[in-house]
Ligand binder design. Sequence first.
Ligand SMILES: *[C@@H]1O[C@H](CO)[C@@H](O)[C@H](O)[C@H]1NC(C)=O
Ligand SMILES: *[C@@H]1O[C@H](CO)[C@@H](O)[C@H](O)[C@H]1NC(C)=O
Ligand SMILES: *[C@@H]1O[C@H](CO)[C@@H](O)[C@H](O)[C@H]1NC(C)=O
Ligand SMILES: *[C@@H]1O[C@H](CO)[C@@H](O)[C@H](O)[C@H]1NC(C)=O
Length: 170
Amino acid sequence: MTFSSVLVAYTLCALLCICSLQTVVTDSLHLQYYTHEFRGGPNSTLLITAGPGNVGNFSTLGWGSFLVFDNIVREGISANSTLLGKTTGTTILTGKAGDSPVQFIAQTLFNENYKYNGSSFIVLPGGVVLGSTGYFQGYKGYGQGVEVAATPTPSGAFYAVYLWDVYLED
Ligand SMILES: *[C@@H]1O[C@H](CO)[C@@H](O)[C@H](O)[C@H]1NC(C)=O
Ligand SMILES: *[C@@H]1O[C@H](CO)[C@@H](O)[C@H](O)[C@H]1NC(C)=O
Ligand SMILES: *[C@@H]1O[C@H](CO)[C@@H](O)[C@H](O)[C@H]1NC(C)=O
Ligand SMILES: *[C@@H]1O[C@H](CO)[C@@H](O)[C@H](O)[C@H]1NC(C)=O
């Protein structure tokens, strides 16, 4: 072997090592959970704190409405499925036109019923997700919530469930 072929072999090996090391340390997560929200009624998890119309009256929501939520995170769509934590944050109705874009910010924190106990991430407008505490520190990715159930409750409130898919990488 000449000196240069040794050098080439060494460089190749170093590159391969770096590449395989990166493959090993990159961790990709797909989390799926359901958030349960009560709009109105005695156990409301969503509060209108400012905006047009009467504060607390969901039929007067509009441009400028500011909402604060403390929603329940569960494993499944059913109200009796395992409690995994909570998601707290704000929603602001920022659109003047009827299409009503919303600015949504939430922190989702998991409890001991989930493998990521004590870990949390933040969901920012546009579905950007940033890891915050515990296992998710330094992780980033994206997420999306879709309403999968919405039913009126006997007390005149509304019960909505959202399915969340969050993808995170370190
Ligand atoms: C509100 O929560 C309390 C305490 O958990 C419960 O006893 C009550 O039935 C709930 N009310 C409604 C309307 O869901
Ligand atoms: C909520 O607002 C609507 C529309 O302005 C009104 O008709 C209704 O009476 C209000 N409900 C309450 C509980 O104030
Ligand atoms: C949970 O609630 C669903 C209906 O939403 C019911 O079919 C199921 O039997 C309940 N499971 C338990 C363990 O209570
Ligand atoms: C879950 O996390 C909390 C807060 O970080 C901690 O106090 C608790 O001991 C943990 N429980 C389990 C079962 O790991």
